[in-house]
Ligand binder design. Structure first.
Ligand SMILES: [Zn+2]
Ligand SMILES: [Zn+2]
Length: 158
């Protein structure tokens, strides 16, 4: 899977709806339902901001300046939003990702699982994440493995 000599493989997320696989890159606007997807994503983010009383575009958690969630359109957020629109409410949302999920998206998807009352399963290049009720089955494995500084620069590079 890993290609040597390629500095940064483009991130790709995909989701199956019915028999059709929909794939996204970050900031993707090529999907025919793109407008709906972005509107849904923005509505979900707004819901969380209200719930957590956050009014700025960069969210700081636990008073930790380094741990921020930038509002962006990373591919897995788009795939999750399509799942919210297109799949029946009783159905879990299963998203695949060719790279490791970034910490910002991991935190955000945890929140979505609570605010939208949906179970979300994300298979990234390392492991399965099962998000439910605001927590993830990996027990925040991510946080222990990656330096926050590294994560922050990844977020800013998008
Ligand atoms: Zn991300
Ligand atoms: Zn996880």
């Amino acid at each position: 899977m890993k290609r040597q000599g390629v500095k940064k493989e483009p991130g790709l997320s995909w989701i199956e709806v019915g028999a059709v696989v929909h794939s996204f890159v970050s900031g993707d606007k090529s999907h025919p339902q793109s407008q709906k997807i972005y509107a849904k994503l923005e509505a979900m983010v707004l819901k969380i901001k209200e719930a957590y009383s956050v009014s700025v575009d960069t969210w700081k958690f636990n008073g930790n300046k380094e741990l921020e969630i930038e509002v962006n359109f990373h591919c897995k957020r788009l795939a999750v939003a399509l799942g919210m629109i297109a799949l029946p409410e009783s159905s879990p949302i299963r998203v695949m990702k060719n790279l490791r999920v970034c910490l910002g998206c991991h935190t955000l998807i945890k929140m979505f699982s609570e605010s939208e009352r949906r179970n979300i399963v994300l298979r990234d290049s390392i492991r399965f994440h099962r998000f439910s009720g605001g927590s993830c089955s990996c027990g925040d494995y991510w946080r222990n493995q990656v330096e926050v500084r590294q994560t922050t620069s990844h977020l800013l590079s998008i």
